[in-house]
Design a protein around this ligand. Structure first.
Ligand code: SF4
Length: 235
């Protein structure tokens, strides 16, 4: 069973978006500070192993000081580390950001390239990050598969995969071209607010009736344990 037996892709994304916006998903707040491809690239590097709320606060502060690779490179590694604290691994990321800015200037004249092949050649940018930049900054039909997309696609029965790369390949076959660009942000927002990694809110979920909840442990019925306990004791 798959949620797609009851919803079209368009309906599915709309239902997820509506619920996530109602619950003020942090990813939508974060998006407000991302206005250029350079911002998107920096934000994606900062966001790994960091809560979205923290990335949102740090990007807001950083982008008030820095709006180009040249401006970023003008800061020392220490200044940069101080500016991006407390994102995870802020010292390593300060070094990586300077390397990234240097590569943009040297290889691309200070501009962010708009192809997957060029993006993944940049220091600190992997497959997922490249796809996020392509989808969010350039509006391309790229699918960035992170833990939210991988987990929710499996729970909804859309794919049956064990690795994010398998999920990415499967989704490329399944998602209509014109909707691919929306998928990552919508799934992330829904994963932050409803279909959470631990304890998803199935009781409050607008997809609950159509969702097979693959891999989600059944919620214990309230009072079941005490009733069972009483039953055993009576034997
Ligand atoms: S019903 Fe539960 S598992 Fe399915 S999408 Fe909703 S929160 Fe996730």
């Amino acid at each position: 069973m798959s949620v797609l037996n009851r919803f079209t892709w368009e309906e599915l994304l709309e239902a997820m978006e509506r619920e996530a916006r109602k619950r003020r998903a942090p990813v939508y707040e974060f998006k407000k500070h991302i206005t250029t491809p350079f911002h998107a690239l920096v934000a994606v590097l900062l966001s790994s192993r960091t809560k979205d709320e923290t990335t949102a606060a740090v990007t807001r502060r950083l982008f008030q000081r820095v709006s180009s690779p040249e401006e970023l490179l003008a800061l020392s590694e220490e200044e940069l580390a101080e500016l991006i604290y407390p994102v995870g691994f802020y010292r390593v990321k300060a070094r990586k950001l300077r390397e990234l800015a240097g590569a943009l200037i040297e290889r691309h004249g200070g501009r962010v390239p708009s192809t997957f092949e060029e993006l993944i050649e940049l220091p600190g940018i992997g497959r997922k990050s490249a796809n996020i930049v392509l989808a969010h900054a350039f509006g391309k039909n790229a699918i960035a598969v992170d833990t939210h997309v991988h987990r929710i696609s499996n729970r909804l029965g859309i794919v049956s995969t064990s690795k994010p790369e398998q999920t990415e390949r499967a989704l490329h076959e399944l998602v209509p071209e014109e909707l691919k660009q929306r998928l990552n942000r919508t799934f992330v927002a829904f994963g932050q607010t409803v279909c959470k990694p631990v304890k998803p809110l199935c009781d409050e979920c607008p997809l609950a009736e159509a969702c097979p909840k693959v891999g989600v442990p059944a919620t214990p019925v309230r009072g079941a344990r005490s009733r069972a306990g009483r039953g055993r004791g009576a034997q």
